[in-house]
Design a protein around this ligand. Structure first.
Ligand code: 6GU
Length: 287
């Protein structure tokens, strides 16, 4: 079937392999590093690195700025596993491949995932370099039929028809915002609706005007398949976009968007994203 790769057996084989590598690390928290944000994985202490190429059923991440490995260890004393590099629909992978790492995380004991990504700002009030805490999403890929949950449902992970109205955990968002505030990041901390498009081409002007009209604040090509997979199996989610470039909604301009600009902004803000994530792991936020 279209999601045969999701067989419980395959997920279990990958999870057992990782358990054999994890040593004494027992993470409940998974962190997914977006484009140019792999630095999050570098701040992990006592690193145990596992390349995707070693992990059964994992594929290679083909995108520049994505490393393709899991890093186990501690951030602020908390056991974590960090995905340095993720899989995107536009790389040609079926939905289950994009969601697969989340089911593996579930079986190794992950209860909460913090996902980051690079996104284009649609909301005219957003500036390049802003962080956007995702409060909701519009999945154009999902609505069009590209979803990790297509095909027979594996009820050992979750229900056939999982709700998504509570996808982005409200309590975690409150804590995360408090953390950002404590760090003096209020000036560039926003929240908003993340629009997922298939890519890899960036959007046309007319498409971006459509997304803006429909209530989108930022556009990107990742994250929602992971979120849907995680929520299906009961993992709590918090997700934060880095606005790496402005989306161009005007015809009368010479501006354009390119991956280098995306990586450059990510590079400039990576340190603050790291500080925020590291700080959010301290015990005072109790998550
Ligand atoms: Cl402008 N669009 C999309 N879809 N993804 C992006 C982006 C734009 N900028 C960074 N990622």
């Amino acid at each position: 079937s279209s999601n045969e790769g999701y067989s419980t057996e395959k997920v279990r084989v990958s999870a057992d392999f990782l358990k054999s590598k994890m040593g004494n690390v027992k993470p409940k928290i998974g962190i997914i590093c977006g484009s140019g944000l792999s630095g999050l994985g570098e701040v992990v202490e006592n690193k145990i690195v596992v390349k995707y190429s070693e992990i059964p059923s994992f594929v290679e991440s083909t995108v520049p700025g994505h490393k393709g490995q899991l890093v186990f260890g501690q951030i602020s004393g908390k056991d974590v596993v960090c995905m340095q590099g993720r899989f995107h629909p536009y790389e040609g992978y079926p939905g289950w491949v994009v969601g697969f790492p989340l089911r593996v995380m579930k079986l190794i004991g992950i209860e909460m995932v913090l996902a980051t990504n690079a996104a284009g700002g649609i909301n005219p009030e957003f500036k390049v370099g802003d962080f956007m805490l995702i409060k909701d999403h519009i999945s154009f890929t999902g609505l069009a039929g590209y979803t990790p949950l297509v095909g027979p449902n594996d009820s050992s992970f979750g229900p056939r028809f999982p709700p998504m109205n509570d996808a982005y955990d409200k309590n975690l968002r409150t804590l995360f915002k408090q953390c950002a505030s404590d760090l003096g990041y209020d000036d560039f901390m926003r929240d908003g609706v993340y629009c997922n498009v298939f890519g890899p081409s960036y959007e046309t002007i007319a498409e971006l005007r459509l997304l803006l009209k429909l209530g989108g604040d930022a556009a990107g090509m990742s994250t929602v398949q992971e979120v849907v997979t995680a929520r299906h199996c009961g993992i709590k989610v918090i997700a934060c976009s880095l606005i790496t470039n402005e989306c161009i909604l005007e015809y009368d301009t010479d501006k354009t968007v390119c991956h280098d600009e995306v990586l450059q902004t990510a590079n400039d803000r990576a340190h603050q994203m790291q500080t925020l994530v590291t700080n959010s792991q301290t015990s005072r936020t109790h998550w």
